[in-house]
Structures are given as structure tokens and as C-alpha cells.
Design a protein around this ligand. Sequence first.
Ligand SMILES: NC(=O)C1=CN([C@@H]2O[C@H](COP(=O)(O)OP(=O)(O)OC[C@H]3O[C@@H](n4cnc5c(N)ncnc54)[C@H](O)[C@@H]3O)[C@@H](O)[C@H]2O)[C@@H](O)CC1
Ligand SMILES: [K+]
Length: 480
Amino acid sequence: MRSVYDSTQVRAAEARLKEFTAPGELMQRAAYGLANECLNELHSRRGGVYGARAALLVGPGGNGGDALYSGVWLLRRGIAVHALLVGVKSYPGAREAFVRAGGTVGAISDADAATAVSRADLVIDGIAGLGSSRSVELPDSVAEAIATTDALVCAVDLPSGVNGDTGQAYDGAIHADMTATFGAWKPAQVLAPARRLCGDVRFVDIGLGPHLTDPRIDVLDYADIAAIWPGPSYDSHKYSTGVVGVIAGSAQYPGAAVMCVGGAIRSKPGMVRYVGAPDAIERIVAAWPAAVGATSIDDAGRTNAWVIGPGMGTDDAARSVVRSSLSLDVPVIYDADALTILSGDVDRLRERQAPTVLTPHSGEFARLFGEVGDDPVESVKAATRRTGCVVLLKGPSTIVAAPGGRVLVNETGSSKLATAGTGDVLSGIIGAALAAGLPAQIAAAAGAYVHGALADQHDGPLIAPDLIDELPAFMARLQA
Ligand SMILES: NC(=O)C1=CN([C@@H]2O[C@H](COP(=O)(O)OP(=O)(O)OC[C@H]3O[C@@H](n4cnc5c(N)ncnc54)[C@H](O)[C@@H]3O)[C@@H](O)[C@H]2O)[C@@H](O)CC1
Ligand SMILES: [K+]
């Protein structure tokens, strides 16, 4: 599990740590760590660092100070370093130390600033870090040189022009190959769209650890999933590993039910029940002979969790099934059409006594709760407060929040998943995790992890059934 802290938390931790360290010490730790990361990467790219050139983009704050002090270390390794000041001010003392070590200084508006960038082997973006909250305005020629260079572009703490706390990217934000993050992972390093601008994130320990508590976000990793994903024990029987009920599909979207049941059945619960019309049951059993059919929830028998919604349509019959399912006393995940149906009735979700998971994409989220906006984590938290449900917002970074709980962000998967039917598979996987008894937020986040990992492990173009085909090998590895 990786913990992520916002700028207020990082600044507070820095303030506490400063009580125990000499003035300027933290910036020296940061600058040394930054220089090391750049030197290592440069070495592996060029086979050496002596004689290389570096350009520093230097803003007025602490971020620019880090860049200048890292320049001192680069100079000591035989790198020619030129600093370009973005604005008139620079961090007190840093510029003088840099010049004393042999660095040269110019302004970003200098006629030869773009040349300095395009001739560099290393460009260090120290315009702004934690204090970055607006667009980056550089002369066009410099912006062009940064965008087209083959040099290693390394961001100091965060790429300039991203909002560190929300993951928002402003105009002109720097696209880095690598980001050296100081003391903590920041939200923008795990949230879209900023995550993509960070490149490879390298953690530079400056000793903040003991002063950081209660992360804003956690990111689950493979080891977490392996530890929590339920596997059969030696005395398992079909009921002990959980029974999933699925209400999905319609005459218009019969495939959604096949995908959803497939996602559930291949995640290996004890049993999957499908509830639908007789012809729909026939189709499901033809695709998945191990599934069991019933024509209503009442006739379905013992079920530990329900998946309701994919492709079920929004007609009166579907509406009545969704409304009556609100009183089910087992966990329910509502997806797709069920979310559209519930968008007129959001506050009734509070009536649910058992855990509930909602899995909207941004359009469905907007219908339920209003537009996601610039701070998706806060929007999802507000949705959980309003409904009392676990809310999983699908997107380039999937966000999972629970009432009163910590926010989880999923990092597996890619745009490969932007294809019809993948969401149906996801809801089936989450249904299986819920039926096996995982707490609702963990079930949702672990389901998102598995779903994304299936896409990552699949070679070549992906269609939704490929995810189901990848499940047995993934589960076997997970449980080995
Ligand atoms: N506080 C600390 O103890 C430490 C801070 N460190 C560094 O200090 C940074 C935070 O320093 P600051 O609080 O001074 O904030 P920043 O240096 O991130 O940015 C603030 C300054 O940059 C300007 N700015 C913001 N966006 C800009 C843009 N797009 N174009 C031009 N100027 C822009 C602001 O007007 C402000 O003057 C961290 O990200 C980290 O790099 C590290 O040295 C570790 C220790
Ligand atoms: K930066």
C-alpha cells in the first residue's frame, strides 16, 4: 500500500521536522536526492555524466531553490549547468551558492534561453512544486524546446502547472520524464490527468515519514490484493466462498449479462445466480453452464451479494426491480442502467441497511450528483457523504471512497479498457468480492485493481471478453 499526502499535510510535516533540523537542511536533503536521481538516470541514458549539459528552470520559491542547490551537485560531477530564472526573484541564498559553484544564470526571456534548453541533456523543472496552482507561461520558443527535447526532463517535486492536491493540469504544464518527489507521494502523482505528466516518480526520502499521519489517499498494490483476495480453503463448499446474484442484460443488451456473469464466475465465487426472463436465463446458461437461473429475486434462494444494472435497460420493469432491491439485506453493487434509474432517487440510497457500492463513470456520476469538477476526490467523498454508499468513480484514475473512510485510488489499467462491456466485467468481479465477504470499499477497490491488471497483462488490442479469459491465469498467480 502506498500512502499519499496533500500539500497541507506535507507542509505541516515539514514544519514539525524543521524543529529538529538545522536551517536549510531539508532543502539540502531534497536537492541532493534530486541530483542523485538525475545523475543515475543520466548515467544510464548516456553511459556517463561528465561533460553533459543541464538547464534549470528556476521559479521564485522553494522549488526553484531545490533546483539551484541540485545544480551545485551536478556542477561537482562535471556537468555544465545554466539556470534560467522565471521571474526576477529566486530562493534566498540559492542563486549565490549556485554561482559560487560555477553555474551560470540567465533569464527565461533571454534570446538564447530556448537554445540553452535544446542543447541540454538534462532539463530540471523547478518553476513551482507544492505552490503550483496556475498555468505556466513561458516564451513560446522555450515551451517548444521543452516539448520537443530528447533530454531527460525531471520535475522537482511536481511538474510545474499541475495542482498537487487535485491532479488538475493547467495550460502549459510541464510534461516530465521523471519526477523526484520529496518526503511523500502527492495526489497529483496518482490522479489523472497530472499523473501522466509526472513520468516515472522517484521517491526522495527527506525524513518526513514520522511526521506524516492519516494519508489523504492510499493506493493498493499487488501484495495487498494477494493478501486480501479471498481464496478457497481446504474445507470450502459452494456456499462458503459466497453466492453472487446478477441482474443484468435485456433484449437490447443481452451481452452485458454474459460479460457480468462471466466476470463474477471467473473470479471464483462458490456460485453465480442469474435473475432474468426465461429466454435470458437460457442464453446465460448456454454461455456459462455453471450459472444457475431464477426468474425473480424472491425465487433466487440464498445469495450473499447482488450486482444490479449492466444493460438491464430503464423501462418500468427495470425501475421496479431496482426500487425493490433497495431493501435487500445483503451487499449490492449498482452499475450502469441501475445508476441511471437511481439518479432520480439518490436520497433513497440512505434507506439501505446493508453495504452498497455505486460504480459510475463521469457521465453517470454527473446525473447522480452533478459534474465531477476539478477536484474529483472531493466530489467522490461528497457523494459518499450524501448516500452513505461506497462510490467508485471510473476513469483514467479510478477513485473509491467510503463514508468516513480513506480514499483509495487504483493505478492499474489503461485506455485499453475504454471499450464496450468492460464495465460489465468489473461489476461482476466486484460482486464476487462482495459475496466472498470483503468489506465494500475493499471489494470495490480490489475489483478495480484486478480488472485493470487483466487489461495490463493482455497482449494487444482488448475486447471485454478478453478480460474474462485473462481471469483464471491472474487468479492462479494471485493465489499461488
Ligand atoms: N517547505 C520545505 O521545508 C521544503 C520545501 N521544498 C521545496 O519547496 C517547494 C515548495 O516551495 P514554495 O512553498 O516556495 O512553493 P513553490 O516553489 O512550489 O511555488 C511558489 C512560488 O512559485 C510561484 N509560481 C507558482 N506557479 C507558477 C507558475 N506557473 N509560473 C511561475 N511562477 C509560479 C508562486 O507565485 C510562488 O512565488 C516544494 O515543492 C519543494 O520543492 C523542499 O526543499 C523540501 C523542504
Ligand atoms: K516543478
